[in-house]
Design a binder for this molecule. Structure first.
Ligand code: NAP
Ligand code: ZN
Length: 348
């Protein structure tokens, strides 16, 4: 067993605090990673506070993991000791259902094993707010960005793939008008990636203070979603909208901005449902309301390589592990530019 310092929530109301965990020795097909940085996703907060009502305690969050491989099992072929590597939201899946066979492990029909909070047959798993992790090599990603950018690569492992996958699936690219709702961790990656794919990007934010950043990050237009006139001017203009907002809100605002056959895809996962949308906003223009979950391992590698090629990383604020509870409060206020990343050297 590998003794590992970590931070955990012991209940939905407890602050995160130091907690010792043990990692298994790597098996033949597993790698051991020294975690150097871990991004802070809003899902970590939802889970630590049991907002989705499925948390297993103790809860060690963190699924935007980057680090260095320090040991490999005897059958590992794709990774070597000393290389950089990443781990996202999944550490295992059944491997034989139709979704796994197509490389869409996030939709595994038997349920995937989360990097934290467990999965089928595994009561709990501990995530990246820790010094080390042991993972099956088939769920480990290669990192081709320069090492100096490593901290800013971490958020690609969730925020990057969660926006890249639906943007690809719904065909974002040249000639397409794409909306991104919310400029947080996911939203700012959505703006950068949609821009890099060649789409015309319209960002919707509730924060007047983020308008200039939205343009700097790659938005062609920035709309204050609290301004009725600015929203009305977007009616019927967009082919695809990706909604990253972490709280319930009126979806009709965005459905009416879609062209005929357009799609509004939800990736934000608030604890409570959105108010129901008007049926006629869907049927009159054959619009679709959809959802999307992270992305498969093959597509996650594709996204990392796309971002390395285009020079895309996350805009980050690095924090020590000890600052996590204050960081959660700032995330709730939308006060993150645009992703917190924990420097795991602070756990030594
Ligand atoms: P985040 O950094 O907190 O960003 C959320 C953004 O939503 C805020 O920055 C804010 O942007 C906007 N917002 C507008 N109204 C809000 C309100 N009342 N409360 C909170 N935010 C509001 O969060 P994130 O890490 O990007 O995650 C966003 C959501 O996606 C979370 O629910 C998370 O659990 C979910 N998620 C889903 C997947 C998936 O696979 N589907 C994967 C990862 C995360 P403005 O200031 O610009 O308005
Ligand atoms: Zn996440």
């Amino acid at each position: 067993m590998i003794k590992t310092n970590a931070y955990a929530a012991l209940s939905s109301t407890a602050a995160l605090a130091p907690f010792d965990i043990s990692r298994r020795e790597p098996g033949p097909d597993e790698v051991q990673i020294e975690i150097l940085f871990c991004g802070v996703c809003h899902s970590d907060l939802h889970t630590a506070r049991n907002e989705w009502r499925n948390t297993v305690y103790p809860c060690v969050p963190g699924h935007e993991i980057v680090g260095r491989i320090v040991a490999v099992g005897s059958a590992v072929r794709a990774f070597r000791v000393g290389e950089l590597a990443g781990v996202g939201c999944m550490v295992d899946s059944c491997g034989h259902c139709a979704s796994c066979a197509e490389g869409e492990e996030q939709y595994c029909e038997n349920g995937f094993t989360g990097t934290y909070n467990g999965g089928p047959g595994v009561e709990n798993t501990f995530g990246g707010y820790s010094q080390a992790i042991v993972v099956k090599e088939s769920f480990v990603l290669h990192i081709h960005h320069p090492e100096a950018q490593l901290a800013a690569v971490a958020p690609l492992l969730c925020a990057g793939i969660t926006t890249y996958s639906p943007l690809r699936h719904w065909g974002a690219g040249p000639g397409k008008q794409v909306g991104i709702v919310g400029l947080g961790g996911l939203g700012h990656m959505g703006v950068k990636i949609a821009h890099a794919m060649g789409a015309h990007v319209v960002l919707f934010t509730t924060s007047p203070g983020k308008v200039a950043d939205g343009k700097r990050l790659g938005a062609d237009e920035v709309v204050l979603s609290t301004d009725r006139a600015q929203c009305a001017a977007q009616a019927g203009r967009l082919e695809f909208i990706l909604d990253t907002v972490a709280a319930p809100h009126q979806l009709d605002t965005y459905l009416t901005m879609l062209k005929r056959d357009g799609t509004l895809t939800l990736v934000g996962a608030p604890a409570e449902p959105h108010p129901a949308s008007a049926v006629f906003n869907l049927i009159l223009k054959r619009r679709s309301l959809a959802g999307s979950l992270i992305g498969g391992i093959r597509e996650t590698q594709e996204m990392l390589d796309f971002c390395a090629d285009k020079g895309i990383v996350s805009d980050i604020e690095t924090i020590p592990m000890q600052a996590i509870n204050g960081a959660y409060e700032r995330m709730l206020r939308g006060d993150v530019k645009y992703r917190f990343v924990i420097d795991m050297a602070s756990l030594r």
